[in-house]
Write a protein that binds this ligand. Structure first.
Ligand code: URA
Length: 417
């Protein structure tokens, strides 16, 4: 099968079923699956192969059901970005609007941050929950953000960790099947996908992002999940922070009615889509955010998972400030450069067994379009291990541009639906 994909062939349905089952059981070795993934990344898969690969991943585990809840369900999934903390304010916001949110989330993948890694910086908070606990919390609080249980698409859990460290993340068949196997097995009624495009996304062009969006919407629709996708810009990182605890703090700012404008815009846009896909007509999410109700749901959600929403968040032992080399307008801030810097500071992992640092990451003090003054702070780097500063600084080199007297034209955040 490795040779067939390497040489541009197609796998049969039974070959795919066997491969996923055998890998999940440990019969196919990690290095063999890594080679097959690389062949898939390089040579692609047909629509039939993607649908079958997804079905085999769903069949590797159990399927959940939220039919016993008194409210409709909607989930959201991002294909991965830098500074993408949107799930944190979004899940409680949508729950406060009357839709239950079973948000199964992941850990960091490559240079992109993971929702669970961020939330684990909250003292006491735990990511793993049984299906019964998840259902009970959906009934009482209305929102859960947790790790997919052991039994849900176990093939994806192994594959995700393997792809993260073998350069095989950026393949449309592998991303689409990874995301959709979890979402279909989870049993959500509606699903809103945030497909990222640009320097800091796995998809670099609008064409490839649109193809990924279309592939996932088709997989969801065929499985009876009301699925829609937004294609959103990830050439610039979201908000003003990339890391773990520092992104939690920024999310809490949004829930408190503040926070960066782009984070608020995307949170509200995705909330509107989730509520409408779930078939609920209620108050506008922007008003609910302003009312403080979403903050109440956030606190209840963190408490229910053992976290202390009032506890101070961890901070890194060391910081390093990068100042602006000249005066002018910040015309470019590259999401990949920032994501790599945060990752190298310890916000992400280099090997799948590594732990992340809760306090690590990057804060930027200006966004594209802002004026900056020579010598004023442009970035603050955070880490517990200062020997990492040099590599993070190298990642940021060439990752931004300051132009004197330049007219800056802002690009839209939401590019397509
Ligand atoms: N998110 C996932 O769950 N899987 C991927 O492959 C990429 C992003």
């Amino acid at each position: 099968m490795i040779l067939a994909k390497r040489d541009g062939g197609e796998l049969s349905d039974s070959q795919i079923d066997w491969m996923i089952a055998a890998y999940t059981q440990g019969v196919v070795a990690e290095e063999q699956m890594a080679a097959l993934n690389m062949a898939i990344l390089l040579n692609g898969m047909s629509r039939r192969e993607i649908a079958r690969w997804t079905a085999a991943m769903i069949a590797s585990g159990e399927r959940m059901s939220f039919d016993s809840l008194d409210r409709p369900t909607a989930d959201k999934h991002s294909t991965g970005g830098v500074g993408d903390k949107i799930t944190l304010p979004l899940a409680p916001l949508v729950a406060a609007c009357g839709v239950a949110v079973p948000q199964l989330s992941g850990r960091g993948l490559g240079h992109t941050g993971g929702t669970l890694d961020k939330l684990e910086s909250i003292p006491g908070w735990r990511a793993s929950m049984s299906n019964e606990e998840m259902l009970a919390q959906l009934g009482s609080v209305g929102a859960v953000i947790c790790a997919a249980g052991e039994g849900l698409a176990p093939a994806d859990r192994k594959l995700y960790a393997l792809r993260d460290v073998t350069g095989t993340v950026e393949a449309i068949p592998l991303i689409a099947s990874s995301i959709m196997s979890k979402k279909i097995a989870e049993g959500t009624g509606a699903l809103v996908l945030d497909v990222k495009v640009g320097a800091g996304a796995f998809m670099k062009t609008l064409d490839s992002a649109t193809e990924l969006a279309r592939t996932m919407v088709d997989l969801g629709t065929d499985a009876g999940v009301n699925t829609i996708a937004l294609v959103t810009d990830m050439s610039t990182p979201l908000g003003l922070t990339a890391g773990n605890a520092i992104e939690v703090a920024e999310s809490v700012d949004v829930l408190a009615g503040g926070g960066p404008a782009d984070v608020v815009e995307l949170t509200v846009a995705l909330a509107r889509e989730m509520i409408s896909a779930a078939g609920v007509s209620g108050p506008d999410p922007a008003d609910v955010l302003a009312s403080g109700k979403a903050m109440d749901t956030w606190r209840a959600m963190i408490l229910a998972q053992g976290g202390d929403p009032s506890a101070p968040l961890p901070t890194a032992r060391e910081t390093h400030v990068v100042t602006a080399p000249s005066t002018g307008v910040l015309t470019r801030l590259d999401a990949m450069a920032v994501g790599l810097a945060a990752w190298r500071l310890g916000a992400g992992r280099e090997r799948k067994e590594d732990a992340v640092q809760a306090g690590a990451g990057v804060t930027w003090h200006a966004r594209p379009g802002d004026s900056v003054t020579a010598g004023a702070p442009l970035f603050t780097l955070h880490t517990d291990t200062p020997e990492r500063f040099d590599r993070a600084l190298a990642a940021l080199e060439g990752g931004y541009e300051i132009e004197d007297g330049a007219a800056y034209e802002a690009t839209p955040l939401i590019l397509d639906r």
